[in-house]
Write a protein that binds this ligand. Structure first.
Ligand SMILES: [Zn+2]
Length: 157
């Protein structure tokens, strides 16, 4: 296990599209383990591989609810319902926050570390987090998903 350095917004890699994972091997497992350590060390709720400089469609999430810790490989949102406008931040955009427009509820499918497909669903923070992390795989950050009339807020420290 190891911590990885989180890339911040000056880094152009955050605008790139991540590639599908085809090999479910020890290299992937090490990446997942490192992402878990990095997520908890940074006190975040979600992390995409691109945020540590790896352009693979890999995400880890722990929003502190019944879903527990989840590994999402090649994830896709399959259903969404409703809307929510809540404040959002990002480990790659330290000190920035903003109110985004997201679905209230989402269902997604993803592969686990062995390549097996599974589905999960959730609302509130979980739904926001899934949308936020999947956007990272497309090179999109939350400041591009602000609700109408909202602007990026910058905290002092
Ligand atoms: Zn983020």
């Amino acid at each position: 296990m190891a911590y990885r350095i989180i890339k911040t917004e000056e880094n152009p890699i955050l605008k790139k599209i991540s590639k599908q994972v085809t090999d479910f091997d020890e290299k992937l497992w090490t990446l997942l383990d490192d992402m878990k350590d990095t997520l908890y060390k940074a006190d975040g709720v979600g992390l995409a591989a691109v945020q540590i400089g790896i352009l693979k469609r890999v995400v880890v999430i722990d929003t502190g609810d019944d879903h527990g810790f989840l590994e999402l490989i090649n994830p896709e949102i399959t259903e969404r319902k409703g809307e929510q406008r809540e404040i959002e931040g990002c480990l790659s955009l330290p000190r920035k926050s903003g109110v985004t427009l997201r679905p209230r509820w989402v269902k997604f499918k993803a592969q686990d570390r062995n390549g097996n497909w599974y589905e999960a669903e959730g609302e509130g923070l979980f739904a926001r987090c899934v949308c936020h992390e999947l956007d990272h795989l497309e090179g999109i950050v939350f400041t591009q998903k602000l609700a109408e009339g909202e602007r990026v807020r910058i905290s002092e420290d």
